[in-house]
Design a protein. Sequence first.
Length: 318
Amino acid sequence: MAPLAPRTLGLDPDLLRAFVLIAEGGSFTRAADRLGRTQSAVSMQIRRLEELLGHPLLVRTPRGVQATPQGAWLLDRARDLLALNDEIIGNFRAPPMVGSVRLGTPDDYALNWLPTILARFAEAHPAVELDVTCLNSDVLVDKFRDGQLDLTLVSEGQEPPGVQAQRIWRGPLRWVGSPAHGLHRRDPLPLALSRPNENPARPDHACAWRSAALEALQAAGRPARVTYNSATQTGCFTVALAGLALTVSTPTTLPLGLSWMGEAEGLPPLPDMGILLLRQPAARGVPAVDTLAEHITEGFLRASDGTLALPAAATIAA
């Protein structure tokens, strides 16, 4: 009689899900809240997973809970396993999701974060039709207030008064320019920024990035002049690539020929900026809208790899 093959150990999806939530959110407490469990129960799940794999996966640091090298290796694979697990179960237990979602986004967010998020959503819910509108934040806010969008991403500071907004990301605003042209040495400093507020009756439309850049330069006593006004981040990058002005951006993959700038170039520090998700009150409870909102929130946490994202998405009231 042939000897029995060694028993293959199985990975419990519940253990992996607890691990992923802690690693992404940096907190046992927040993970326990999302799982509907006590913190001690979640801690026990992680101990079981670490005993099963034979390695420590998480470590507490002054910045919160972080993955060990072995945990970081597991994290991406655990996400893929959970996505496949959920897809299989969802395919057999739930009817296909149908409907349409009207999503708004500024161009820079669309390019840097949304491709992977929307691809995952479309793969999981192919019967849902997505209508994506790509405009600058102030125009998107107008469309949102007029009921033309179910969901929209906007820069923090652009949200309309009285609308609940979910902050899904927060990170540093930074200077961007062409190192080949030495524009940072010019006086006044030439800038390419979002177009100014053209409606004095709507002060909530003032561009937060534009205001932050001009206020930082004024506080530093650095003369500056906005020589180019653009409705999109792509337009600002184009002008910066031409060596005509500096601009600002949150962390992103810069076009070839542009570099991050800062103190070394004599430029003042800029504040952190947030990205908000607005959800139409009338669309709350609509499965396709709620599910896409969840994909966007989780996708921003995943794309930022836990280094620039908030430990957990926060809800703020405008």
